[in-house]
Design a protein around this ligand. Structure first.
Ligand code: GDP
Ligand code: PGA
Ligand code: MN
Ligand code: MN
Length: 604
């Protein structure tokens, strides 16, 4: 190794050779002013949050302990799917849904962007572990970044610092994750509050299990343990090793008889995962506890059941719409402090506010750092504004949330945001039919990704932006997963839609805590206790089959929410066909068969 005169570079608290070499290589390329190994201590949190306050990135909140308000650059507010690349050697392995670039070409391009990109900044080395630290094989990673905001956020979202580094030994496997905001500082140059670069790349190298991110400080683009590692790279590892990395919440449902069920649910970004994960049931006797709100890794246990682990340690939740009425448990979690709020509004007394929190105050500082009043005519908070808060603060956290064995899943829910066609809930006929439901899942686009909002697109298993390989191969992996276990031990698959609308554009289903009624029906189906109607698309409850006691909604709306509308489904078929055509030759035959059978049932 060359002796570089960068302070901190040679005080590495590890003897892991590959890690040391990589850190030297990156320091040499990016030429930071100093190198700091993140240890995850309270002292480090205090030092870095103070630095962020001084830089104008953070404003400390007066009304919440140890919590901060941040406003990003207005051009850096969401994931950038157009700039996200799967750089497999063979373009076929990125498939028809991902942006692909040759790995050598991408590395050549990005190496030039990284050259000198940390000038004037500190380079942080963050060892982290996704999932429990005491797993048989801890899933390790190291993020190198020049952003204090990233270090602080990674502390909330992952198990990081010294406790993670202790798992590295001298030669453990880890995923190298390189991140830079791409904003070098010249001598004496004044920094901005949210450094970023207009040029952005979020690149994944599936064969070598590497992640290179440049130009953005936004969560999904910059906290590389989350989407990049735990979904895109982990989905590739799961394909190779026979498990599933999914965009799913994990919740524990306890019946009035004290029977415990675990449910995993995949909804696209900003379609209700965090809310469902923390649900407060409206039906008496039922309880929910939370294990995860965004990502699930699922593997078969020795008993042949599918067990899920949440790789994360924090919630990165959508702020707008979160309130004491919709998600009281999220409110209680953030009340406890230790939370970073990004792109929400700041109140004059040093608290946060966003749309959906009741009556707006007379004056706010908007996410654009402008004066805001209720007459301003624009939103005070960005629709994709977020709170980043430790899971450990959630009052309904399940005690087994950190169990390396995970929890056995009884039901998988797929769901999207559709104003028509998709009924409130449909039970699949079997695993392959459930896989078909997931593979053809559709949803209106949201503010969680840059681009137009409200456009219906296929979002298979809510994983469209996160499958790290060929989507058709991913479907085949799902089909194969169903063959690896006894059909009776597999989770039952359901398709839900909380977002169907009526003639006045009103939501037909009240949602939120009332979704517990749908969970109850699903569990009773599993137990053979609830009835359903067989329809061309699967088993759908009639209104009488659902527990509607005390539900405040019109019978007309509820019936419309449950309706299987043949005309709407016939209009859906060509869209599914177009989607399957796009998948090409690798599309599993069993999914083609499912489509043919659906058509036949609709026309029969
Ligand atoms: P996530 O990004 O998938 O975790 O979604 P969130 O749970 O953060 O919810 C995203 C948005 O959808 C928020 O504005 C929620 O208030 C809203 N939302 C969540 N669940 C429901 C529901 O059951 N019904 C309705 N109408 N809106 C919901
Ligand atoms: P979400 O997570 O699914 O909670 O919106 C962030 C994202 O998917 O971008
Ligand atoms: Mn997500
Ligand atoms: Mn969420």
């Amino acid at each position: 190794m060359t002796a570089l005169a960068i302070p901190g570079l040679d005080s590495a608290p590890t003897a892991h050779q590959r890690l040391l070499e990589w850190v030297h290589e990156v320091a040499e390329l990016t030429t930071p002013d100093r190198v700091v190994w993140a240890d995850g201590s309270d002292e480090e949190w205090e030092r870095l949050t103070a630095k962020l306050v001084e830089a104008g990135t953070f404003t400390p909140l007066k009304q919440k302990p140890n919590s901060f308000w941040a406003a990003s650059d207005p051009g850096d507010v969401a994931r950038v799917e157009e700039r996200t690349f799967i750089c497999s050697v063979d373009p076929q392995d990125a498939g028809p849904t991902n942006h692909w670039m040759d790995p050598a070409e991408m590395k050549a391009t990005m190496t030039e962007l990284y050259r000198g990109c940390m000038r004037g900044r500190t380079m942080y080395v963050i060892p982290f572990c996704m999932g429990p630290l005491d797993a048989e094989k801890p899933m390790l990673g190291v993020e190198i970044t020049d952003s204090e905001y990233v270090v602080v956020s990674m502390r909330v979202m992952t198990r990081m610092g010294s406790k993670a580094l202790a798992k590295f030994g001298e030669d453990a496997d880890f995923v190298p994750c390189l991140h830079s905001v791409g904003a070098p500082l010249d001598e004496g140059q004044q920094d901005v509050a949210w450094p970023a670069n207009e040029t952005k790349y979020i690149s994944h190298f599936p064969e070598t299990r590497e992640i290179w991110s440049y130009g953005s400080g936004y969560g999904g683009n910059a906290l590389l343990g989350k989407k990049c590692y735990s979904l895109r790279i982990a989905s590739v590892i799961g394909r190779d090793e026979g498990w599933l990395a999914e965009h799913m919440l994990i919740l524990k449902l306890i019946s009035p008889e004290n029977k415990v069920y675990y449910i995993a649910a995949a909804f696209p970004s900003a379609c209700g995962k965090t809310n469902l994960a923390m649900l407060e049931p409206t039906i008496p006797g039922w309880k929910v506890e939370t294990l995860g709100d965004d990502i699930a890794w699922m593997k078969f246990g020795e008993d042949g059941r599918l067990y899920a682990v949440n790789p994360e340690a924090g919630f990165f939740g959508v702020a707008p719409g979160t309130d004491w009425h919709t998600n009281p448990n999220a409110m209680r979690t953030i009340e406890r402090g230790n939370t970073v709020f990004t792109n929400v509004a700041l109140t004059d007394n040093g608290d946060i506010w966003w749309e959906g929190m009741g009556e707006p105050p007379a004056h706010l500082t908007s996410w654009k750092k402008e004066d805001w009043t209720p007459d301003s005519g624009e939103l005070s908070s960005h629709p994709n504004s977020r709170y980043c808060t430790p899971m450990s603060q959630c009052p309904i956290l399940a005690p087994e949330w950190d169990d390396p064995n995970g929890v056995p899943i009884s039901a998988i829910f797929f769901g999207g945001r559709r104003k028509d066609t998709i009924p409130l809930v449909t039970e699949s006929r079997d695993w392959n039919h459930g896989t078909f439901m997931g593979a053809t899942l559709s949803s209106e686009t949201t503010a969680a990704a840059k681009g137009k909002v409200g456009v219906v697109r296929r979002d298979p298993m809510a994983m469209l932006p996160f499958i790290g390989y060929n989507a058709a191969d991913y479907f085949a992996h799902w089909i194969a997963t169903g063959k690896r276990a006894d059909a009776a031990k597999l989770p039952k698959i359901f398709y839900v839609n909380w977002f169907r609308r009526g003639e006045e554009n009103q939501f037909l289903w009240p949602g939120f805590g009332e979704n517990s009624r749908v969970l109850k029906w699903a569990i009773e189906r599993i137990e053979g206790k609830a009835a359903a109607q067989e329809t061309p698309i699967g088993y759908v409850p009639t209104l009488a089959d659902l527990d509607t006691e005390g539900l405040d909604a019109s019978q007309e709306d509820l019936e419309a929410a449950l309706k299987v509308n043949r005309e709407e489904w016939l209009a859906e078929i060509p869209l599914i066909e177009e989607w399957f055509d796009k998948m090409g030759e690798k599309l599993p035959t069993s999914l083609k068969d499912e489509l043919a059978a659906l058509k036949q049932r609709l026309n029969g």
